[in-house]
Structure formats: C-alpha cells, structure tokens
Design a protein around this ligand. Sequence first.
Ligand SMILES: Cc1cc2nc3c(=O)[nH]c(=O)nc-3n(C[C@H](O)[C@H](O)[C@H](O)COP(=O)(O)O)c2cc1C
Length: 396
Amino acid sequence: MTPREVVPGVFSVGAIDWDLRLFDELIPTPDGTSYNSYLIRGSEKTALIDTVNPPKFTDLTTNLDRLGVEKIDYIIANHAEQDHSGSIPAMLERFSGAKVVTNAKCRDFLVDLLQISADQVIVIEDGDTLALGDKTLEFIIAPWVHWPETMLTYLQEDRILFSCDLFGSHYATSSLYVPDEATIYESAKRYYAEIMMPFRSSITAHLSKLEPREIAMIAPSHGPIYDRPAFIMDAYRDWTGDAVTNMVLLPFVSMHGSTQAMVDHFVGALMERGVQVQPFNLSKTDIGELAKGMVDAATIVIGTPTLIFGPHPQAVYAAYLANLLRPKTRYVSVIGSYGWGGKTVDTLAGMLGRLKIEVIDPVYIKGYPKEEDFAALDRLADEIKKKHEEAGALSP
Ligand SMILES: Cc1cc2nc3c(=O)[nH]c(=O)nc-3n(C[C@H](O)[C@H](O)[C@H](O)COP(=O)(O)O)c2cc1C
C-alpha cells in the first residue's frame, strides 16, 4: 500500500483487502473491499478520520510512516463498528497525545466494544466544528447508517464529505477515485441493499440534510472516492425513493425438478408479457445479488417445494433476508410443489411481517406440474403484469 494525496493536506491512508470474500461472516464480497482512513493535515493540528480493520493495522501505520506523521491530535470516529474503529486503541497507544472525537452515543459504543477510556474522547454534537488551523471539520450526526451512533464529517474548505459507510461499496481497487461509474453503481447498489436498505427512511432524511451543502467529493470508508458526487447521490435518491421497477425476483429451490419446471414455465410466461424476471437458484446464487435485486423490484415470487410440512430451508433464508432488509417491494407470491401436505405458503407469508406487501394468490400444486398448473402460472403472470401497470412500473 501507499498513501495517496486527495487534495493538498488530505491523504488516503487506509488499507485495501483484495482477498476478503465474506464480510461480517455474512455478506459475500466478490470484489474484496477497502477500509479507508483519511489523514487531514491542517496548519496547526492533524486529524485522522476513521481507522482500519485491526488485521490491516500495519497498512495504516506504514502509510502514516511514509508521510512522516509523528503526531496525530484527533482521531475522528464516524462509526463504532470494528472495521473502522477497531484500530483506535492501537492508534492511541502509538500516538499517545491523540484524542478521539465523536458523538456521545459513539463514545459509549467505543467504551463498550473497544474498552477505551471515556476520558480519551472529546464529545461533539450535531453541527459542531473542529478547527485544524486552515482546515475545519464539521460533524453531521446521521443515525442509522447503519448503527444508531453514526455520523458524517465534512471538511469545509475542501468541500469533502467523509461519509463512512454511507455511499460505500465493497470494491477493492488501486484507483483512488471511482474508476468506472457503471461498475461502482452495481457494487454500491449491492452495498446499499445489504447495509442501508433496512434504514431507508433515515437515509432519505440524511440525503435531505446534505442538500444545502456544496460537496465536491464524497470519501466513503469502503470503496473508491466519488469525484462526481452527484452520481452516487442521485443513485441513492432513486434507491430510497418509492418508485419500483418492472421486475420479478424469483428466488427458488427444487429438489427433484417439479418446482424447477414451474419456474422455467413462469419465467417464459412473464417474458412473453413484457415483465422482466430474474430467477435465483438458491442452491447456486450469490445471495448478495438477490439482495441487490430487492432494492427496486416491484415483485418477489418465492419458489419452493414442501419439506417436512414447510418451506425448504433455502427458501426460508430468502424470505428471512427479505424481511430483514425491508425492500420497497409491493407484491409477493409463492409457487411450488408438495407431495402430501403442509403449511408452506402460510409459513412463508407469515415470515414477511415487516414488509408492506400485497400477497398475490400462490400457485402451489401437487407433484409435477400438469397443463392446468401451467395455465395457473400464466394467470399469475397476467396478474403480476396488471399489478406492475397499476404501480406505474410498466406501461399498459
Ligand atoms: C426430504 C423431503 C421431505 C419432504 N417433506 C414433505 C412434506 O412434509 N410434505 C409434503 O407435502 N411433501 C413433502 N415432500 C415431497 C415434496 O414436497 C414433493 O416431492 C415435491 O414435488 C418436490 O418438489 P421438487 O421436485 O421441486 O423438489 C418431501 C420431499 C423430500 C425429499
């Protein structure tokens, strides 16, 4: 690694994690990630914004050594999660005069999670500023990005927003700035889905709060810097807005081919009607891609056989994930096959209590699908087409 200058006096000094494939033991990260940390050298004081995941601590210190940093006055903690704050204790040991600067809630987390002493923390409130000489940091409290204590830091003179997880992407790249907006769009959308989507209304409020500020760059704590911030802010406005797209997500699993035959027919039926569809074979799919699809799809249809009187566990996982992530999806249905009986449809519908959805009548059949079952799938496709038209996602 090497430190990189963003603008005079501002350096990116964090770490790239090229090999990470599972974040938080939960989220697939096919493109790795980065833990960005930024050094701000004012004419009088020096501040470090966030740190790095502890296994990457040496990358951070190597970068600081290369810049000849002997003193850090302030360590700004935008977020207490360990991938950003975990190296604070080691930094406090190394730079013994440094103080942590954060809000009261974040201080309490840092004390609990990292066992740092509260008297090492300067507590700020929303709108407070911290002068570094010729550079001024302003703190914007922004809870639920994605923990309750999160905040953003704005460097007034250079108009850089250090947004921590907000606007982030799990994307390892040697490029300091977004190398290709199309690629980062997909990565940032996936990140939004997995991390931010459950807090959509809070994020909407934060976007409004940021509006009056002139922002020249957004420097998140994962992924590259946005030197054209309108790109990611517009994308966030779309994702958090109420509009849904003409898309049916079809997470499914099939043990012996009956549900698979239904899925194959149903995909074709939707396509014939001009309804977009994305099947996800849950035995093979990258679950992050399914989450990404949930950001704006109008409809989710879960395909599952009955297994021991209920849904297949893979379908349970997909439903649980949807309920957790709270997408703005409007319609849900179930298709699949059973042998002798059970409560598959009721169990799945009961798992989606956090979603504001309309459940469309399922097509749940005995054994391998027959002509009348394919006809029922056609009727389901008709119904979904009608719903998408009503939702404004598809022109009549
Ligand atoms: C391990 C196992 C457990 C099953 N449990 C049930 C059950 O509790 N109730 C039921 O109606 N069918 C049950 N079945 C039968 C399947 O639901 C049925 O064969 C269905 O058509 C399989 O769909 P698929 O070909 O998409 O896997 C079970 C099948 C297997 C393999």
